[in-house]
Write a protein that binds this ligand. Structure first.
Ligand code: AHM
Ligand code: MG
Length: 314
């Protein structure tokens, strides 16, 4: 079974199939990036005299083109665009909210990047639909462009998450279903250079992990700086990813609607958890489509321990 058939069987029509097609094109572009001279700034001209397009602009364009061809897709909201892009698709049921290419600072150094998508059922206009809480998501997925290109899909109505691997014909083939994450894991993942500007409770929390005070075993550190890759490791191995508030970004750095919400649904469907410190991510009501949030996501044990410490700290 491929991703398109899996999603169609779940009543999502062609929406995930279109994202799969876009991701396959993005994967090819990333793999050949050095050859096509796509690294670096948009607007430049490469050695062949062709206009360069930055990879994140390319990814956004291909996502919009593929989803714009799907009758069930009413509109998209993208990290790359200030406003939603609304399609002329009367009666369309879904809005796709996405970060077309997350972790772009990693592209030029050949490190994993990803695409992250939240799918909401239409309720009002595109903005109102996108602003529904994460609990209303009908599905969420990410694609990690790594040594293999893997798509991980969660459906609201189904426990466990499904993994698809991109084959050499451009199809995402189902490779695992009903995947759950370990209840506790060996790693914490965070940009520790920010620690001095975190609220003190986050420093205390990381110290408890490092000292082995949560479950008896000392945690190791792993940080790629590419959210999808850091999350993908966390779902497979267990542990916790955290991007706390900092002095520079008191509301957090990551985006609620197209980074935190989809990963939170995927984590919960895999028996993990996600909070903004105090509150379950999926219950946070956004006021703006590009709103930021602190994000703590991963195995249940670690996320609940953090939440308890934050609530206790007042
Ligand atoms: P971006 O959307 O500008 O690429 O930023 C998001 C990325 C995430 O992939 C990653 O988790 C985070 O930024 C890393 O931030 P930092 O460099 O501050 O550690
Ligand atoms: Mg991003």
């Amino acid at each position: 079974m491929n991703a398109k058939e899996f999603a169609a069987a779940a009543g999502l029509g062609e929406v995930i199939g279109a994202i799969a097609e876009a991701s396959a094109e993005i994967a090819t572009k990333i793999r050949l990036a050095g050859l096509s001279d796509i690294y670096g700034a948009a607007g430049a001209v490469n050695v062949q005299g062709e206009a360069q397009q930055k990879l994140d602009v390319f990814a956004n364009d291909v996502m919009i083109a593929k989803l714009g061809a799907v009758a069930e897709c009413a509109a998209i909201v993208s990290e790359e665009d200030d406003e939603p892009v609304v399609f002329d698709h009367p009666g369309a049921k879904f809005v796709a909210i996405f970060d077309p290419l997350d972790g772009s600072s990693n592209i030029d150094v050949n490190v994993n990047v990803g695409t992250i998508v939240s799918i909401q059922a239409v309720k009002g206009d595109a903005t109102a639909t996108a602003l529904q809480p994460g609990t209303a998501q009908v599905a969420a997925l990410y694609v990690v462009y790594g040594p293999s290109t893997v798509m991980v899909v969660a459906l609201a109505e189904k426990e466990g998450v499904a993994f698809f691997t991109l084959d050499d014909k451009g199809e995402f083939v189902l490779t695992a279903e009903g995947v759950k994450m370990p209840e506790q894991g060996p790693y914490y993942s965070t940009n520790e250079a920010n620690a001095a500007s975190w609220p003190a409770v986050y420093r205390e929390y990381v110290a408890t992990l490092v000292k082995g005070e949560l479950g008896g075993k000392a945690y190791g550190a792993r940080y790629i700086g590419s959210l999808v890759a850091d999350f993908h490791r966390t779902i497979l191995k267990g542990g916790v990813f955290l991007y706390p508030p900092t002095e520079k970004a008191p509301k957090g750095k990551l985006r609620l609607l197209y980074e935190a919400n989809p990963l939170a649904l995927i984590a919960e469907k895999a028996d993990g958890a996600a909070v903004n410190g105090r509150t379950r991510i999926l219950e946070v009501v956004a006021e703006q489509v590009h709103e930021r949030t602190p994000l703590i996501v991963g195995s249940k044990r670690e996320v609940e321990a953090l939440q308890q410490m934050v609530l206790k700290a007042g």
